[in-house]
Design a protein around this ligand. Structure first.
Ligand code: NAD
Length: 328
Protein backbone atom coordinates (compact mmCIF):
# COMPACT_ATOMS: atom_id res chain seq x y z
CA UNK A 1 0.00 0.00 0.00
CA UNK A 2 2.22 2.83 -1.13
CA UNK A 3 0.01 5.26 -3.08
CA UNK A 4 -3.46 5.86 -1.71
CA UNK A 5 -6.28 7.82 -3.35
CA UNK A 6 -8.71 9.27 -0.79
CA UNK A 7 -11.99 10.62 -2.17
CA UNK A 8 -13.78 13.26 -0.10
CA UNK A 9 -10.61 13.96 1.87
CA UNK A 10 -11.45 17.64 2.35
CA UNK A 11 -14.47 16.67 4.45
CA UNK A 12 -14.69 15.79 8.13
CA UNK A 13 -13.71 12.12 8.40
CA UNK A 14 -11.61 12.01 5.22
CA UNK A 15 -9.33 14.82 6.42
CA UNK A 16 -8.62 13.00 9.71
CA UNK A 17 -7.93 9.82 7.76
CA UNK A 18 -5.45 11.62 5.47
CA UNK A 19 -3.50 12.92 8.47
CA UNK A 20 -3.41 9.41 9.86
CA UNK A 21 -2.08 7.93 6.59
CA UNK A 22 0.62 10.59 6.37
CA UNK A 23 1.92 9.55 9.81
CA UNK A 24 2.83 6.16 8.28
CA UNK A 25 6.31 5.76 6.83
CA UNK A 26 5.19 3.03 4.37
CA UNK A 27 2.77 5.37 2.58
CA UNK A 28 4.55 6.93 -0.37
CA UNK A 29 1.79 9.28 -1.51
CA UNK A 30 -1.71 10.35 -0.45
CA UNK A 31 -3.86 12.02 -3.09
CA UNK A 32 -7.20 13.61 -2.20
CA UNK A 33 -9.87 13.91 -4.88
CA UNK A 34 -12.57 16.28 -3.67
CA UNK A 35 -15.17 18.46 -5.41
CA UNK A 36 -15.15 20.96 -2.50
CA UNK A 37 -18.93 21.02 -2.14
CA UNK A 38 -20.38 23.13 0.70
CA UNK A 39 -19.07 20.39 3.07
CA UNK A 40 -15.52 20.30 1.73
CA UNK A 41 -12.96 22.73 3.08
CA UNK A 42 -9.31 23.00 2.06
CA UNK A 43 -8.51 24.35 5.51
CA UNK A 44 -9.30 20.84 6.81
CA UNK A 45 -6.18 19.69 4.94
CA UNK A 46 -3.84 22.37 6.26
CA UNK A 47 -1.66 19.92 8.20
CA UNK A 48 -1.57 17.45 5.28
CA UNK A 49 -0.51 20.16 2.84
CA UNK A 50 2.76 20.57 4.75
CA UNK A 51 3.76 17.06 3.64
CA UNK A 52 5.69 16.52 0.40
CA UNK A 53 3.83 13.19 0.07
CA UNK A 54 0.43 14.89 -0.19
CA UNK A 55 -1.38 15.99 -3.34
CA UNK A 56 -4.80 17.62 -3.75
CA UNK A 57 -6.92 17.26 -6.88
CA UNK A 58 -10.01 19.43 -7.18
CA UNK A 59 -12.50 17.31 -9.08
CA UNK A 60 -15.71 15.33 -9.04
CA UNK A 61 -16.03 11.57 -8.64
CA UNK A 62 -18.64 11.77 -11.42
CA UNK A 63 -15.89 12.76 -13.87
CA UNK A 64 -15.15 9.34 -15.41
CA UNK A 65 -11.97 10.37 -17.25
CA UNK A 66 -10.39 12.11 -14.27
CA UNK A 67 -11.29 9.23 -11.96
CA UNK A 68 -9.89 6.67 -14.43
CA UNK A 69 -6.55 8.50 -14.64
CA UNK A 70 -6.23 8.97 -10.90
CA UNK A 71 -7.18 5.44 -9.88
CA UNK A 72 -4.73 4.03 -12.44
CA UNK A 73 -1.80 5.73 -10.71
CA UNK A 74 -2.68 4.54 -7.17
CA UNK A 75 -2.45 1.23 -5.36
CA UNK A 76 -5.50 1.64 -3.14
CA UNK A 77 -8.68 3.73 -2.95
CA UNK A 78 -10.45 4.79 0.24
CA UNK A 79 -13.80 6.22 -0.75
CA UNK A 80 -15.33 8.81 1.60
CA UNK A 81 -16.79 11.29 -0.92
CA UNK A 82 -20.52 11.56 -0.42
CA UNK A 83 -23.47 13.77 0.16
CA UNK A 84 -23.60 13.02 3.86
CA UNK A 85 -26.36 14.99 5.54
CA UNK A 86 -29.62 13.11 6.17
CA UNK A 87 -31.78 16.24 6.30
CA UNK A 88 -30.62 17.48 2.91
CA UNK A 89 -31.49 14.11 1.37
CA UNK A 90 -35.12 14.69 2.34
CA UNK A 91 -35.24 17.64 -0.05
CA UNK A 92 -32.73 16.72 -2.75
CA UNK A 93 -32.54 12.93 -3.03
CA UNK A 94 -31.34 13.10 -6.66
CA UNK A 95 -28.02 14.66 -5.68
CA UNK A 96 -27.48 11.83 -3.18
CA UNK A 97 -28.19 9.17 -5.80
CA UNK A 98 -25.79 10.85 -8.26
CA UNK A 99 -22.82 11.12 -5.87
CA UNK A 100 -23.36 8.20 -3.52
CA UNK A 101 -24.55 5.63 -6.06
CA UNK A 102 -23.33 6.64 -9.51
CA UNK A 103 -20.10 8.20 -8.20
CA UNK A 104 -19.31 5.00 -6.28
CA UNK A 105 -19.88 2.90 -9.42
CA UNK A 106 -17.58 5.16 -11.46
CA UNK A 107 -14.79 4.65 -8.91
CA UNK A 108 -15.36 0.90 -8.80
CA UNK A 109 -15.26 0.66 -12.57
CA UNK A 110 -11.94 2.53 -12.60
CA UNK A 111 -10.67 0.16 -9.90
CA UNK A 112 -11.73 -2.83 -11.99
CA UNK A 113 -9.85 -1.52 -15.05
CA UNK A 114 -6.67 -0.62 -13.23
CA UNK A 115 -6.47 -3.49 -10.75
CA UNK A 116 -5.98 -1.68 -7.42
CA UNK A 117 -4.89 -3.84 -4.48
CA UNK A 118 -7.67 -2.56 -2.18
CA UNK A 119 -10.87 -0.50 -2.40
CA UNK A 120 -12.44 0.56 0.90
CA UNK A 121 -16.01 1.81 0.61
CA UNK A 122 -16.81 3.93 3.65
CA UNK A 123 -20.44 3.44 4.68
CA UNK A 124 -22.77 3.83 7.62
CA UNK A 125 -24.87 1.95 10.18
CA UNK A 126 -27.89 3.80 8.77
CA UNK A 127 -28.10 1.20 5.98
CA UNK A 128 -29.56 -1.25 8.57
CA UNK A 129 -32.42 1.13 9.34
CA UNK A 130 -34.07 1.44 12.73
CA UNK A 131 -33.78 -1.62 14.96
CA UNK A 132 -36.65 -2.35 17.38
CA UNK A 133 -34.30 -4.63 19.34
CA UNK A 134 -31.00 -6.49 19.02
CA UNK A 135 -27.77 -5.41 17.35
CA UNK A 136 -27.05 -5.57 13.62
CA UNK A 137 -24.20 -7.81 12.54
CA UNK A 138 -22.80 -7.39 9.03
CA UNK A 139 -25.34 -10.03 7.84
CA UNK A 140 -28.32 -8.00 9.05
CA UNK A 141 -30.78 -7.14 6.24
CA UNK A 142 -30.37 -3.69 4.74
CA UNK A 143 -33.51 -1.66 5.47
CA UNK A 144 -32.69 2.02 4.97
CA UNK A 145 -35.51 4.44 5.78
CA UNK A 146 -34.29 7.69 4.26
CA UNK A 147 -32.81 8.64 0.87
CA UNK A 148 -29.31 9.25 2.34
CA UNK A 149 -29.22 5.77 3.90
CA UNK A 150 -30.74 4.17 0.78
CA UNK A 151 -28.09 5.79 -1.43
CA UNK A 152 -25.33 4.47 0.86
CA UNK A 153 -26.90 0.98 0.88
CA UNK A 154 -27.05 1.06 -2.93
CA UNK A 155 -23.36 2.05 -3.04
CA UNK A 156 -22.55 -0.88 -0.73
CA UNK A 157 -24.44 -3.34 -2.92
CA UNK A 158 -22.74 -2.11 -6.08
CA UNK A 159 -19.37 -2.41 -4.31
CA UNK A 160 -20.25 -5.97 -3.32
CA UNK A 161 -21.23 -6.77 -6.91
CA UNK A 162 -17.84 -5.53 -8.19
CA UNK A 163 -16.18 -7.97 -5.81
CA UNK A 164 -18.45 -10.90 -6.71
CA UNK A 165 -18.49 -10.23 -10.46
CA UNK A 166 -15.04 -8.87 -11.24
CA UNK A 167 -12.99 -9.72 -8.16
CA UNK A 168 -12.28 -6.07 -7.27
CA UNK A 169 -10.79 -6.34 -3.74
CA UNK A 170 -13.52 -4.34 -2.02
CA UNK A 171 -14.02 -4.01 1.73
CA UNK A 172 -16.92 -2.05 3.20
CA UNK A 173 -16.88 -0.27 6.57
CA UNK A 174 -20.10 0.78 8.31
CA UNK A 175 -19.61 3.10 11.24
CA UNK A 176 -21.93 4.68 13.75
CA UNK A 177 -22.24 8.46 14.23
CA UNK A 178 -18.88 10.25 14.32
CA UNK A 179 -17.94 13.35 16.30
CA UNK A 180 -14.78 15.41 16.65
CA UNK A 181 -13.13 18.58 15.32
CA UNK A 182 -13.88 19.85 11.78
CA UNK A 183 -17.36 18.33 11.48
CA UNK A 184 -19.62 20.59 9.41
CA UNK A 185 -21.95 22.48 11.79
CA UNK A 186 -25.17 21.07 10.34
CA UNK A 187 -24.45 17.76 12.14
CA UNK A 188 -25.96 17.45 15.59
CA UNK A 189 -22.95 17.81 17.91
CA UNK A 190 -21.35 20.87 16.23
CA UNK A 191 -24.84 22.26 15.65
CA UNK A 192 -25.69 22.05 19.36
CA UNK A 193 -22.25 23.27 20.43
CA UNK A 194 -22.23 26.25 18.07
CA UNK A 195 -25.74 27.27 19.12
CA UNK A 196 -24.81 27.13 22.81
CA UNK A 197 -21.61 29.09 22.15
CA UNK A 198 -23.83 31.79 20.61
CA UNK A 199 -26.24 31.69 23.59
CA UNK A 200 -28.98 30.18 21.42
CA UNK A 201 -31.32 27.32 22.37
CA UNK A 202 -30.84 23.77 21.12
CA UNK A 203 -33.54 22.38 18.88
CA UNK A 204 -34.37 18.77 19.69
CA UNK A 205 -36.53 16.84 17.25
CA UNK A 206 -39.69 15.14 18.56
CA UNK A 207 -39.45 13.45 21.96
CA UNK A 208 -35.62 13.34 21.75
CA UNK A 209 -35.53 9.61 22.48
CA UNK A 210 -33.75 8.62 19.25
CA UNK A 211 -30.75 6.46 20.12
CA UNK A 212 -27.36 6.85 18.42
CA UNK A 213 -23.92 5.40 19.05
CA UNK A 214 -21.32 8.21 19.22
CA UNK A 215 -17.88 7.28 17.92
CA UNK A 216 -14.87 9.58 17.94
CA UNK A 217 -13.66 10.25 14.39
CA UNK A 218 -10.14 9.00 15.24
CA UNK A 219 -11.57 5.66 16.38
CA UNK A 220 -13.45 5.32 13.09
CA UNK A 221 -10.28 6.20 11.15
CA UNK A 222 -8.31 3.59 13.11
CA UNK A 223 -10.92 0.99 12.11
CA UNK A 224 -10.83 2.06 8.46
CA UNK A 225 -7.01 1.88 8.44
CA UNK A 226 -7.18 -1.63 9.89
CA UNK A 227 -9.61 -2.69 7.16
CA UNK A 228 -7.41 -1.08 4.49
CA UNK A 229 -4.46 -3.15 5.69
CA UNK A 230 -5.98 -6.35 7.03
CA UNK A 231 -9.58 -6.57 5.84
CA UNK A 232 -10.59 -9.59 3.79
CA UNK A 233 -11.77 -8.66 0.28
CA UNK A 234 -15.53 -9.00 -0.11
CA UNK A 235 -16.15 -8.49 3.62
CA UNK A 236 -18.12 -5.83 5.49
CA UNK A 237 -16.90 -4.49 8.86
CA UNK A 238 -19.11 -2.62 11.33
CA UNK A 239 -17.22 0.05 13.29
CA UNK A 240 -18.91 1.04 16.53
CA UNK A 241 -18.23 0.84 20.19
CA UNK A 242 -18.61 4.47 21.03
CA UNK A 243 -21.24 5.60 23.51
CA UNK A 244 -25.00 5.07 23.18
CA UNK A 245 -26.96 8.23 23.91
CA UNK A 246 -30.47 9.45 23.16
CA UNK A 247 -30.67 12.97 21.76
CA UNK A 248 -32.02 14.13 25.14
CA UNK A 249 -29.01 12.59 26.91
CA UNK A 250 -26.63 14.18 24.42
CA UNK A 251 -28.32 17.57 24.85
CA UNK A 252 -28.17 17.29 28.67
CA UNK A 253 -24.48 16.42 28.55
CA UNK A 254 -23.62 19.34 26.26
CA UNK A 255 -25.72 21.74 28.35
CA UNK A 256 -23.80 20.67 31.45
CA UNK A 257 -20.42 20.88 29.73
CA UNK A 258 -21.18 24.35 28.39
CA UNK A 259 -22.67 25.63 31.66
CA UNK A 260 -26.26 25.97 30.40
CA UNK A 261 -29.56 24.51 31.68
CA UNK A 262 -32.73 22.96 30.27
CA UNK A 263 -34.24 26.38 29.53
CA UNK A 264 -31.88 26.29 26.52
CA UNK A 265 -33.77 23.36 24.91
CA UNK A 266 -36.62 23.79 22.45
CA UNK A 267 -38.56 20.77 21.22
CA UNK A 268 -39.48 21.02 17.54
CA UNK A 269 -41.54 18.60 15.40
CA UNK A 270 -39.77 15.36 14.59
CA UNK A 271 -37.96 14.91 11.31
CA UNK A 272 -39.72 12.74 8.72
CA UNK A 273 -38.77 9.05 9.01
CA UNK A 274 -36.37 9.73 11.89
CA UNK A 275 -34.97 6.30 12.82
CA UNK A 276 -35.56 5.54 16.50
CA UNK A 277 -32.65 3.29 17.23
CA UNK A 278 -29.34 2.30 15.63
CA UNK A 279 -27.37 -0.53 17.20
CA UNK A 280 -24.49 -2.55 15.73
CA UNK A 281 -22.44 -5.56 16.66
CA UNK A 282 -18.79 -4.73 15.90
CA UNK A 283 -17.18 -7.94 17.17
CA UNK A 284 -15.94 -8.84 13.66
CA UNK A 285 -13.54 -5.88 13.44
CA UNK A 286 -12.58 -6.44 17.09
CA UNK A 287 -11.09 -9.75 15.90
CA UNK A 288 -8.73 -7.70 13.68
CA UNK A 289 -7.59 -5.86 16.82
CA UNK A 290 -9.88 -2.81 16.69
CA UNK A 291 -10.59 -1.12 20.04
CA UNK A 292 -12.14 2.35 20.37
CA UNK A 293 -10.00 4.36 22.78
CA UNK A 294 -11.72 7.74 23.13
CA UNK A 295 -13.54 8.58 26.34
CA UNK A 296 -16.77 10.45 25.51
CA UNK A 297 -16.63 13.30 28.04
CA UNK A 298 -12.94 13.92 27.58
CA UNK A 299 -13.20 13.89 23.78
CA UNK A 300 -16.36 16.01 23.77
CA UNK A 301 -14.54 18.56 25.93
CA UNK A 302 -11.70 18.75 23.40
CA UNK A 303 -14.20 18.92 20.53
CA UNK A 304 -15.99 21.83 22.25
CA UNK A 305 -12.61 23.52 22.81
CA UNK A 306 -11.83 23.15 19.10
CA UNK A 307 -15.13 24.81 18.06
CA UNK A 308 -14.60 27.55 20.65
CA UNK A 309 -11.18 28.38 19.23
CA UNK A 310 -12.19 28.05 15.57
CA UNK A 311 -15.28 30.30 15.27
CA UNK A 312 -14.54 30.99 11.59
CA UNK A 313 -15.34 27.34 10.89
CA UNK A 314 -18.94 27.61 12.07
CA UNK A 315 -19.93 31.28 12.23
CA UNK A 316 -21.78 32.48 9.12
CA UNK A 317 -22.26 28.88 7.97
CA UNK A 318 -25.60 28.47 6.23
CA UNK A 319 -27.03 25.39 7.94
CA UNK A 320 -30.45 24.22 6.91
CA UNK A 321 -32.25 26.13 9.67
CA UNK A 322 -34.81 24.23 11.71
CA UNK A 323 -34.18 20.96 9.95
CA UNK A 324 -30.43 21.01 10.61
CA UNK A 325 -28.95 18.17 12.60
CA UNK A 326 -30.18 15.08 14.32
CA UNK A 327 -29.22 11.80 12.88
CA UNK A 328 -25.89 11.48 11.14
P1 NAD B 1 -18.54 15.35 4.79
O1 NAD B 1 -19.85 15.81 4.25
O2 NAD B 1 -17.89 16.10 5.89
O3 NAD B 1 -17.47 15.26 3.59
C1 NAD B 1 -17.81 14.78 2.32
C2 NAD B 1 -16.70 15.23 1.37
O4 NAD B 1 -17.00 14.68 0.08
C3 NAD B 1 -16.61 16.75 1.20
O5 NAD B 1 -15.26 17.17 1.28
C4 NAD B 1 -17.19 17.00 -0.19
O6 NAD B 1 -16.62 18.14 -0.83
C5 NAD B 1 -16.82 15.70 -0.90
N1 NAD B 1 -17.70 15.41 -2.04
C6 NAD B 1 -19.06 15.41 -2.06
N2 NAD B 1 -19.51 15.11 -3.27
C7 NAD B 1 -18.42 14.90 -4.05
C8 NAD B 1 -18.23 14.53 -5.41
N3 NAD B 1 -19.28 14.33 -6.22
N4 NAD B 1 -16.97 14.38 -5.89
C9 NAD B 1 -15.90 14.58 -5.06
N5 NAD B 1 -16.02 14.94 -3.77
C10 NAD B 1 -17.26 15.10 -3.26
O7 NAD B 1 -18.78 13.82 5.18
P2 NAD B 1 -18.17 12.97 6.39
O8 NAD B 1 -19.03 13.16 7.58
O9 NAD B 1 -16.73 13.20 6.47
O10 NAD B 1 -18.46 11.50 5.85
C11 NAD B 1 -17.50 10.84 5.04
C12 NAD B 1 -18.06 9.47 4.66
O11 NAD B 1 -18.35 8.72 5.84
C13 NAD B 1 -19.36 9.53 3.85
O12 NAD B 1 -19.30 8.54 2.87
C14 NAD B 1 -20.43 9.21 4.88
O13 NAD B 1 -21.55 8.60 4.28
C15 NAD B 1 -19.71 8.26 5.80
N6 NAD B 1 -20.17 8.24 7.20
C16 NAD B 1 -20.23 9.38 7.93
C17 NAD B 1 -20.63 9.31 9.27
C18 NAD B 1 -20.66 10.55 10.14
O14 NAD B 1 -21.04 10.44 11.31
N7 NAD B 1 -20.26 11.70 9.66
C19 NAD B 1 -20.99 8.08 9.84
C20 NAD B 1 -20.91 6.93 9.04
C21 NAD B 1 -20.50 7.01 7.73
Amino acid sequence: MSKVLVTGGAGFIGSHFVERLLRRADVEQVTVLDALTYAGNLANLKAAQASGRFKFVHGNILDTRLVGKLVESHDAVVHFAAESHVDRSLFDAGRFIATNVHGTQILLEAARRSGVSRFVNVSTDEVYGSLASGTATEQWPLAPSIPYAASKAAGDLIARSYFETYGVPVCITRSSNNYGPRQYPEKVIPYFVSRLLQGRALRVHGDGRHLRNWLHVEDNCAGIELVLNQGVPGEVYNIGGGHDLTTNELADLLLRMLGADSSMVEHVPDRIANDRRYAMDWSKIAHLGYRPTHDLEYSLASTIAWYRSNPAFWQHTPVSGDVAALGC
